[in-house]
Design a protein around this ligand. Structure first.
Ligand code: DGY
Length: 323
């Protein structure tokens, strides 16, 4: 029997690509270019499985193409707001993602942003590399202490809970959170975390607000002018979730006017374009969507996709089936 044809939309961890090549009739994206709408449509027409990443926009337009051969989209990433799930289902496609394997890595990065912006690490590094450092002095580049402060989490899923564990046990932080789908008590045991009835209740108390909600229609611009005004004047905003949760124009104004003290961002509203105002600010730390970017995690994510498509082609239910 011939092997199923698989198209991978970007370069993946080499060990995972090797497994895919061994098990499937695999087409890799040798030069790692972002695929156009037409290329994604061709992939759907020509492969049994298409393996996109969070940067491929698998929209209703892409999925509306005639003569789809693909039966599964094995997405490499936990977020799935880049895929129109209704359109995928209407086109008869199974869709899977890669939860769990990137939880710790992304939580580590959220803490990296939090610490970096509070302690002015990005600014300090630029200062030193620019040859501006004249030596230690008591008033030089004073930041904000993290230990013992209040961390407010918007969303209390796996990644938020991993951030809470780091913050509570490593930095003695008080944890508050809001999630419209609250976690079970056993999932937050030992975190000393207090639920808030609304995001506003979190904004009013938190020294650091960290976003861990999904992207998409429900959370679009959740952090806009009103939310930013509701935060404490010295607060910091951290986003390792999805860019469109923040209205970046409103964020620039709030940072400019000193309404909040700073921001640490790994994701952006119009990724990979970054709002120009942010690029000029010293009190923001900006990373290029590196949440899950470690060798270990990217390999584990890729292998989770392989596990999902292996199950699918054996006629089993993939573990991470979304639709
Ligand atoms: C995801 O899986 O949603 C992450 O953003 C990838 O880094």
């Amino acid at each position: 029997m011939s092997k199923p044809k698989v198209i991978v939309t970007r370069r993946w961890h080499r060990d995972v690509e090797q497994v895919l090549v061994e098990r499937y009739d695999t087409q890799l994206n040798e030069d790692d270019h972002p695929m156009s709408v037409a290329e994604l449509q061709d992939a759907l027409r020509n492969a049994d499985a298409v393996l996109p990443t969070v940067c491929d926009k698998v929209t209703a337009e892409v999925l509306g193409v005639d003569n789809i051969r693909a039966r599964i989209l094995g997405s490499n990433g936990v977020g799935f707001n880049h895929i129109d799930l209704d359109a995928a289902q209407a086109a008869g496609l199974t869709v899977t993602n890669t939860p769990e394997v990137l939880t710790d890595c992304t939580a580590d990065l959220a803490m990296t942003l939090l610490l970096a912006v509070a302690r002015r690490a990005g600014e300090g590094e630029r200062h030193l590399r620019n040859g501006e450092w004249t030596g230690w002095r008591p008033t030089h580049m004073m930041g904000t202490s993290v230990t013992g402060k209040t961390l407010g989490l918007i969303g209390m899923g796996r990644i938020a809970r991993a951030v809470a564990a780091r913050a509570a046990h490593g930095f003695n932080m008080k944890i508050i959170f809001h999630d419209p789908f609250p976690p079970r008590d056993e999932d937050i045991a030992g975190l000393n975390a207090t639920a808030c009835a609304s995001p506003e209740e979190v904004f009013a108390q938190a020294d650091f607000v960290s976003l861990h909600c999904p992207g998409g229609k429900e959370t679009y611009h959740l952090i806009g002018t009103d939310a930013l005004k509701a935060m404490k004047p010295g607060a910091f905003l951290i986003n390792s979730a999805r860019g469109d949760v923040i209205d970046e124009a409103a964020l620039v104004s709030a940072l400019d006017s000193g309404e909040i003290a700073g921001a640490g961002l790994d994701v952006f509203e119009k990724e990979p374009t970054v709002t120009a105002g942010l690029l000029k600010m010293e009190n923001v730390v900006l990373l290029p969507h590196l949440g899950s970017a470690t060798q270990e995690t990217r390999k584990a994510m890729g292998m989770r996709v392989v596990e999902n498509i292996d199950a699918f082609f054996k006629g089993e239910n993939p573990r991470d089936k979304l639709v």
